[in-house]
Design a protein around this ligand. Structure first.
Ligand code: C5P
Length: 238
């Protein structure tokens, strides 16, 4: 087990996606919520945490929206220079890790989606603390709805037991050494993955859960914006 006070924590925020499901004029991380882009909220939440030494944004090559956001983040001392993203989320995270070098194998790397603007300080603490055991930890929430498996013709095929099911969120926090090894394995073997924990699991590492909050929303569809706006107002205004 690593001593929580000594361990160095670095963050990567992959923000090189296009966000096809949002159907907006710009990638969804640049949509505005309360006068700030979603990406700006996400970077400020992570960079403002006292245990995070530096935050590295991963940005699509030639992204025309980033320079304006970068200027507005001029006051963030712990924001590191951005690196260009890759074709997949995994590639982008790999680029981010390379941009953080030199990393000690035991340094923790916290990965947070650019499209989760409602992350609280307590949740960051919880996931970093839980990452001291095993090979890392992710924020997650238990599934509350009853789950149905549905056919292409929209008929219910089965009700799925939800008792052991959790929804994975970010941050996801892993020691740099095992994370690099798992990403390399995933690249060589072409494992598809929608988060880093699944790559760590497939590579044989033990990943834990830190219970999170349902309002750590991932902005995916237009209706998520009004919910996120309400969460930001209720948790952080005034
Ligand atoms: O596409 P999805 O919503 O799963 O993206 C999750 C996060 O990964 C977003 O912050 C997105 O910008 C990022 N991403 C990336 N590079 C890609 C694809 C997605 O940085 N090629």
């Amino acid at each position: 087990m690593t001593n929580a006070a000594d361990v160095r924590v670095w963050a990567v925020v992959p923000a090189a996606g296009i966000g096809e499901r949002m159907a907006s004029d710009c990638p969804k991380q640049y949509l505005e919520l309360g006068g700030r882009s979603i990406l700006e909220h996400a970077l400020r939440r992570v960079a403002g945490h006292p245990r995070v030494r530096g935050v590295l944004p991963v940005i699509r090559e030639g992204d025309p929206f980033w320079p304006g956001v970068r200027r507005r983040l001029g006051d963030l001392a712990r924001l590191l220079p951005e690196v260009p993203g890759g074709a997949s989320r995994q590639d982008s995270v790999g680029q981010g890790l390379a941009g953080l070098e030199p990393l000690a194998p035991e340094d923790l790397v916290l990965i947070h989606d650019a499209v989760r603007p409602c992350l609280g300080e307590a949740e960051i603490d919880a996931v970093i603390d839980a990452a001291r055991d095993g090979h890392g930890s992710i924020l997650a929430v238990p599934v509350a709805d009853t789950l149905k498996r549905v056919t292409d013709g929209q008929q219910i095929e089965a009700t799925v037991d939800r008792s052991q099911l959790w929804r994975a969120q970010t941050p996801q926090v892993f020691p740099a050494g095992p994370l690099k090894a798992a990403l390399e394995m995933a690249r060589e073997r072409e494992w598809p993955a929608t988060d880093e924990a699944s790559i760590m699991e497939a590579a044989g590492y033990t990943v834990g859960i830190a219970p999170g909050r349902v309002d750590n929303l991932k902005i995916t569809r237009p209706e998520d914006l009004s919910i996120a706006r309400a969460v930001l107002e209720s948790r952080w205004s005034g």
